[in-house]
Design a protein around this ligand. Sequence first.
Ligand SMILES: Cc1ncc(COP(=O)(O)O)c(C=O)c1O
Length: 356
Amino acid sequence: MNIRIELSKNPKPKPKIDDLAFGKNFSDHMFVMDYSPEKGWYDPRIIPYGPISVDPATTSLHYGQLIFEGLKAYKSEDGRLLLFRPHENAARMNISAERMCMPSVDPALFIGAIEKLVALEKDWIPNSPGTALYIRPFIMATDPMLGVTPSSGYRLVIITGPTGPYFKGGMAPVRIFAEDEHVRAVKGGTGFAKCAGNYAGSMKSQFNAKEKGFNQVLWLDAIHRKYIEECGAMNVFFIIDGIAVTPELGTVLDGVTRKSVVEILKSWGILVEERPIAIDELAAACAAGKVGEAFCTGTAAVISPIGELQWGEKTMRLSSGEIGAISQKLHDELVGVQIGARPDTRGWTHKVPLQD
Ligand SMILES: Cc1ncc(COP(=O)(O)O)c(C=O)c1O
C-alpha cells in the first residue's frame, strides 16, 4: 500500500505524563482513506491531525452509520513498538461493518495503516508504567443524503493519542451498579458491533450511576432483565467456586482482552465457562461465600477488579473489596506481554516496523 504522507508544519508539544487523561490528547497526524463502490478503498494518506469537513446531511451524522475500534501501541524498554493482537481488531471492525451495511477493509491494509501511523508518531508513545498510545480507527458514512439507506461513500480515519494509567493511584476495586431500567443490547440488535449508537444509548445509565457514586454500569439482558451481559464498555468475569464464569457471546462485544483472558486462564488450568449468568445466581453464590473475585476486562483498563455490586437494594461485596489474586496475576501477565517485558509465548504482540 502506497501511503501519501503530508507532515505537520506545527508539531504540538507532548503533554506531561500526569496530564494524560484518556482521549483528550491527540498526536500530530492522522490516517485517512476513502471508499467508493467504483474504486473500493482509495487514496490512503497520512495528513496533519485536524477537523474533518463534512456535508451537514452526511449519513453518519444523522443515522449513526459509524463504526470504530480501539487498541494500543506500547514502547518496550528496548525501544520496540508493539501492538497487541491487532488482527483481532481488524476482524472485529469487519464484523461491525457487515452488521452496519458498510464495506469491509482488508486486514493487511488496516494493520499496514496503523503501522505507518504509529511509526511516524513513535515519539508520542509514552513509556512510563500504565501508559500507551491509544489508537482509534473509525469508518464513517459520507454520503450527503437524508434517506435512511446505507451510504455509498465511506471514510476510514485513524487517530492516535497518548494515554495514561486507567487507575491514577494504581489498580483498585470499583463499585458497579446493576442497571435495571435501561438496556444496552438485545438479541438481533447491534450489541456485538462497535457502532456509535450503542455508546450514545449507554450514556444516560452511565451518567445516572456516576451520580449515585458508582464507577460503572452492569448491563442486564433486555428480556428477563436478569442475565448479566457486560460492564460499561468492558466484559466481565466472576470466579465462582474456583471456575471463571463469563457471559457467552451474542449481545456483548467480543473483547480482545476477554478472549485473551479466557486463553490465559485455560492455560493456567482454571476452568472457564462462557454461559448465561443470572444476577440472582450471582447474589446467591455471593451470599454463600462462593464468589472468590470478579473483574472487568478491556483495552483501556486491561483488568478492573470489582469490589462491590449494587443490584436494587442488594449490595454484593466481591473480592472482599480488594484486588483478587487472579485479577492481579492476569493483569501482570497481560501488561507484561503487551509492553514486551514478559515472553510472548502465544504470538500476541505485533512489532511495528520503523520507518525506512
Ligand atoms: C461494549 C464493550 N465491551 C467490551 C469491550 C472490551 O473490548 P476490548 O477488550 O477489545 O477492549 C469494549 C471496548 O472496546 C466495549 O466497548
